[in-house]
Ligand binder design. Structure first.
Ligand code: SF4
Length: 371
């Protein structure tokens, strides 16, 4: 069963079923439980000085077993942790050590460029070692359960590891990795604290794309002392290694599932092997936190994209909440070159949206009525 947030609907936060499916996220949001990155700080790991990357991964796997045990105890309430305390060196320190090694031959995403970004080289995304943030604010346009009283504390990183998408609505920041202010991990943590102090329900890492900034994000959690859910708002083209680092610090995933096949992904977003990578990461995410999957319906892509995606979700992640989005409009390259992108130079028709919704129904998808 999948719950769908209708775009014209208000929040369904108080629906019991939604509450149940987002129970971890909700318990962190209201301060009943500590965010996962704070639990990581309570997992003592062996001294990892001088270890190779491979040895660090072995240590990570071992520490993860301890993390899972403690996390489960925290969930069921048999263990409480003081989230203001931390041990040293801890599981988060180990993740930071690993991410610093990974960026020397960057494998943050499945482009696997293998460039040393620390030494100034750039890969497909053209994002440098220092992260740039275009803007941050309390976002009230996200899904109802993500808002709370102060909206979603959304941080927009400049740059993207997709083409970017030819119809990108954030093209000004995704196509230009320089379009932002430099942020150190400490500065990023201060931005998070400011958002939390202003009532934000969560910290929402987005862009562009947050993946090329994984190192800055993990390191900022070292400085972040406040208890607030961490939200990963991504195209989900992360590498398997990045997913391993993220799995224990992200409380709620907000992934985009854009394409139902590799050829649409290649022609519209310039990425290879899309479906296998993105479906793999959705599965990993679903086992490591709550999630709301977003699917933006593209004009003329019901049969090739919308239907295969909904089918895959219903068969593989039946508990995920799904937002079938209708707000596509021609933008960026589609708007600039309407002849070239003629087939998507229009909005999605209401017939297409009805087709998407009725197919979802056929799969047993429940439309949350929302009032
Ligand atoms: S984040 Fe991805 S696209 Fe960017 S350099 Fe690393 S592997 Fe390449």
């Amino acid at each position: 069963m999948i719950w769908v947030f209708r775009p014209d609907a208000e929040t369904v936060w108080y629906d019991d079923e939604v509450k149940r499916r987002l129970s971890w996220y909700r318990s962190v949001m209201v301060g009943e439980k500590p965010a996962k990155f704070l639990i990581c700080k309570n997992i003592l790991v062996e001294d990892f000085n001088g270890l190779s990357e491979q040895e660090l991964w072995l240590l990570h796997d071992k520490a993860r077993e301890m993390f899972v045990k403690l996390y489960e105890e925290v969930v069921e309430g048999s263990e409480k942790i003081n989230f203001r305390e931390e041990v040293s060196p801890n599981f988060l320190d180990l993740k930071i050590e690993l991410v610093e090694k990974m960026i020397e031959h960057c494998i943050f995403c499945e482009h696997r460029c293998s460039v040393n970004r620390k030494a100034g080289f750039k890969g497909f995304c053209k994002v440098g070692y220092t992260s740039k943030v275009s803007t941050w604010f309390h976002h009230f346009g996200e899904e109802g359960p993500l808002l709370g009283r102060g909206g979603s504390g959304t941080i927009f990183f400049a740059g993207c590891n997709f083409g970017p998408c030819v119809y990108c609505q954030n093209w000004d920041i995704s196509s230009n990795p320089e379009n932002g202010v430099e942020v150190s991990p400490k500065t990023l943590s201060l931005i998070c604290e400011e958002l939390k102090d202003g009532g934000a329900a969560n910290i929402n890492y987005v862009g562009g794309e947050p993946t090329p900034n994984l190192h800055t994000i993990l390191k900022s959690m070292k400085f972040l002392k406040q208890n607030i859910p961490q939200l990963w708002n991504s195209n989900m083209y992360c590498s398997i290694e990045s997913m391993k680092l993220l799995s224990d610090v992200i409380d709620i995933w907000l992934p985009d599932f854009k394409y139902g096949n590799d050829s649409c992904a290649k022609s519209l977003s310039k990425v290879d092997n899309y479906f296998e990578i993105v479906s793999r990461n959705h599965l990993i995410a679903s086992k490591n936190g709550d999630m709301i999957i977003r699917h933006l319906v593209l004009p003329g892509h019901i049969e090739c994209c919308t239907k295969p995606i909904l089918k895959w979700i219903s068969e593989n992640i039946p508990n995920a909440l799904v937002n079938i989005m209708r707000q596509y409009h021609p933008d960026y390259l589609v708007e600039k070159f309407p002849q070239k992108y003629k087939s998507i130079y229009r909005r999605v028709s209401s017939e297409e949206m009805s087709e998407a919704y009725s197919y979802a129904k056929k799969l047993g998808i429940v439309y949350e009525p929302v009032s």
